[in-house]
Design a protein around this ligand. Structure first.
Ligand code: NAD
Length: 471
């Protein structure tokens, strides 16, 4: 497989070029370097139709066979992670080693999901009747992925949906279509034709998919604003939905932590992937007794961070992934400057052609400033002081988002009590960004609707069927 040319869609197990194309831009240069197919309405119809056909056989294929195929697909990703990493970096921006980790990690994730099976319940098994509940697949799944973790978040959908017996039409973000198209090509050997179709296109393709009557369910990861549009579109024919959306995660740092240890970890949880992580620390609440110490340590780490082309050795943080997001982040920075907020900036920018933003810590801004209230999804971290636990929990919860949160504290029991009061689907205590295939991931409030991962996530791709048999 040539990773550096021939980006085609996969429909019914075959390579399908676009009738038109979209440009794919390297965010480190701002220049287009490849094109991807722009799927037409007729091609979308063809993808849905063949997925529907394939569903009839796939749902009857024994689950162990489906699991084996999903696990083998995971192995393919692991085998090709090294060579695919450079393509990932070119389209997404992240440094190569971390890009490889995402691809390899997605392969391992698929293998773990491949070990999961839905339960079956027997409510009664007597002389007069048998009543059992089994879980059945839904049909054709519409999967829509974002650009920040393009491989990982797509495979979070592919693995459980296919294990459950559904077929799928998967669409990557128009900003990062290439690795996903190549994975579609690679998986032609892993699944029967029509089981996994991969299409790409511009801004019109997402709405075209969510309004398509052939889908039984939409699994969407992206922004809260788009999630609302997806829900509206799905309402027309009551499609099932799972929405994984934005976040504005708070981290709370208590005064008894070892600052030298936590500073590095907090920096990573706020800035890894140039802060383009749904569950990144986006508001950092620090006890006043240690505020200055932690700020100075974070400033030192930020000062040493190398921001540049992810393809170059030694780059710690790549560019913002796309121009639209870059403009949004720069507008937030301009707003902070216009309001005379104190900015501590680091990150030696080694290349000025791309969408680079300096690593920025905002020193104790007012709670109502835009950098605190909005999801930046870029390297701008507001750091805020607190003195009272009840007050800081109220401030952490005073948001429409409810994705994740973190507590850093020397006393685990106290930390757990605080963690349990955060109104979020995931909470970490003295660790960061840990997610597992066997553990549910679900945003509360406007961070999501439904669940991914864990048994709850698998069952979102299935429906219970109660069977009553008279004896
Ligand atoms: P986005 O909402 O702009 O786009 C996501 C996907 O939706 C893309 O594939 C896009 O083409 C498609 N799309 C756009 N408009 C559509 C429409 N009207 N109908 C259907 N599809 C449409 O999000 P993004 O900028 O790619 O991603 C960043 C956002 O995603 C952030 O808010 C981040 O927090 C969130 N995110 C959430 C999770 C999570 O698991 N909760 C994970 C990663 C990212």
């Amino acid at each position: 497989m040539n990773l550096h040319a021939d980006y085609a869609m996969t429909i019914d197990g075959r390579s399908v070029p676009g009738e038109a194309t979209i440009d794919v831009i390297n965010p480190a240069t701002g220049e287009p370097f490849a094109t991807a197919p722009d799927c037409s309405k007729a091609q979308l119809d063809a993808a849905v139709a063949c997925a529907k056909r394939a569903f009839k056989t796939w749902r009857e294929t024994p689950i162990v066979e489906r699991q084996t195929m999903v696990a083998k697909a995971g192995d393919l990703l692991i085998t090709h992670a090294d060579e695919m990493a450079r393509l990932f970096t070119r389209e997404q921006g992240r440094p190569v080693e971390a890009a490889k980790q995402e691809i390899e990690g997605a392969g391992k994730w698929m293998k773990e999901v491949a070990q999961m099976s839905p339960p079956a319940h027997v409510s009664e098994d007597s002389d007069t009747q048998l009543i059992e509940t089994r879980y059945v697949p839904l049909g054709v799944i519409c999967a829509i992925a974002p650009w920040n973790f393009p491989v990982n978040l797509a495979m979070w959908k592919v693995a459980p949906a296919l294990v459950a017996g559904n077929t799928m039409v998967l669409k990557p973000s128009p900003f990062t279509p290439l690795c996903t198209l190549k994975i579609g090509e690679m998986f032609r050997s892993a699944f029967p034709p029509g089981v996994l179709n991969v299409i790409s296109g511009g801004d019109e393709l997402g709405p075209m998919m969510t309004s398509h009557p052939g889908f039984a369910k939409i699994s969407f990861t992206g922004s809260t604003a788009t999630g609302k549009r997806v829900m509206e579109s799905a309402a027309k024919d009551l499609k099932r939905i799972t929405l994984e959306l934005g976040g504005n995660d708070a981290a709370i740092v208590l005064p008894d932590v070892d600052l030298d240890v936590v500073a590095e970890k907090i920096f990573f949880s706020a800035f890894f992937n140039t802060a383009q992580i749904c569950v990144a620390t986006k508001r950092l609440y620090v006890h006043e007794a240690i505020y200055d110490g932690l700020r100075d340590r974070l400033a030192a780490i930020a000062g040493a961070a190398k921001v540049g082309d992810g393809a170059e050795q030694g780059t710690a943080l790549g560019p913002i992934q796309n121009k639209r997001q870059y403009d949004r982040v720069m507008a937030l920075l301009e707003d902070a400057k216009a309001n005379q907020l104190t900015l501590i900036q680091g990150g030696e920018i080694r290349n000025n052609g791309g969408y680079f933003v300096p690593v920025t810590i905002v020193d104790n801004p007012p709670e109502n400033s835009r950098v605190v209230q909005e999801e930046a999804f870029g390297p701008i971290l507001p750091m805020l002081k607190f003195s009272d636990i009840d007050d800081v929990i109220d401030r952490a919860n005073a948001t429409d988002y409810g994705l994740g949160g973190t507590v850093w504290c020397g006393d685990p029991d106290k930390a757990l009590r605080i963690a349990r009061r955060l109104e979020t689907g995931t909470v970490w205590v003295n660790q960061l960004l840990n997610l597992r295939p066997d553990t549910p991931f679900a945003g509360r409030k406007q961070s999501g609707f439904g669940v991914e991962n864990g048994m709850d996530g698998l069952l979102e791709y299935m429906a219970p069927q109660a069977v009553y048999l008279a004896r």
